[in-house]
Design a protein around this ligand. Structure first.
Ligand code: HEC
Length: 218
């Protein structure tokens, strides 16, 4: 009987000690023993980490010599980084003469152009491109800070080419900023299509395609 009791004490003591010691951990954030930990830890290298797989021991490798940064959108069109026209009077003249809208005549592009115009351009140029957007109206009430754009249908703008419209969005003009980082080349060409309908709003366009598209969008 006495023996049994001593054995029980020893057992309880051993059990408690095991329990207590199993709680002692050097890292309080460690969950302890992990069952099959393989998937928890990524074996990928972080950019700044040393990497024995490369001769120079770095994970971040420089681009191959002669690499030219390219940025193509979904239609394979070149975006900002490699626009082949300079931001200069000569570059502008060249772009105006050469740049052609590569998008087809589908009503989809025109609709998208209208949607994007209403997001990005309407604030200054106004719903019908008359240069009477809400921003301009507020500013004009105080002072004209040179922010009022001419109407697209004005003598100054009604004849400008699609290349000139695209170029204006690419580099900006005067008080208008560049939209090249916000709108892809495709989106800028879609907007260009819509702006063309505002240049000749009463259907007096000399381009039948534009006149037909204006009807299609309504
Ligand atoms: C902050 C106001 C503002 C916004 C927003 C704006 N524009 Fe303009 N835009 C102007 C002003 C001001 C001018 C006149 C610039 C000049 O001739 O000095 C102008 C001129 C233009 C011209 C004539 C370019 C030329 O060669 O004479 C086009 C085309 C044009 N904008 C298209 C757009 C399109 C498309 C958008 C939207 C993507 C847009 N603008 C957004 C203010 C704005």
């Amino acid at each position: 009987m006495k023996r049994n009791l001593r054995f029980s004490y020893a057992f309880v003591l051993a059990f408690t000690a095991t329990g207590l010691f199993s709680c002692i951990q050097t890292d309080p954030n460690s969950p302890g023993y992990e069952y099959m930990p393989d998937m928890y830890y990524s074996i990928a290298y972080r950019p700044g980490e040393a990497n024995p797989n490369y001769a120079d021991g770095k994970t971040n490798q420089p681009p191959v010599d002669g690499t030219v940064a390219q940025s193509h959108d979904s239609l394979g069109m070149i975006n900002f980084s490699s626009f082949p026209y300079a931001n200069s009077p000569e570059g502008r003249e060249k772009a105006i003469a050469e740049l052609k809208n590569p998008l087809g005549q589908s009503a989809y592009h025109l609709d998208e152009g209208k949607r994007l115009y209403n997001v990005y351009c309407i604030a200054c140029h106004g719903k019908e491109g008359k240069g009477d957007g809400p921003v301009v109206k507020v500013l004009l009430a105080k002072d004209n800070y040179g922010l009022q754009p001419p109407a697209y249908s004005s003598d100054q703008l009604k004849g400008i080419s699609e290349g000139q419209i695209f170029y204006a969005m690419h580099f900006g003009k005067g008080n208008m900023g560049s939209y090249a980082s916000q709108l892809s080349a495709v989106e800028r060409w879609q907007i260009t299509r819509f702006v063309q309908t505002l240049q000749n709003p009463v259907g007096g366009s000399d381009s039948t395609a534009t006149a037909a598209d204006t009807t299609a969008s309504k």
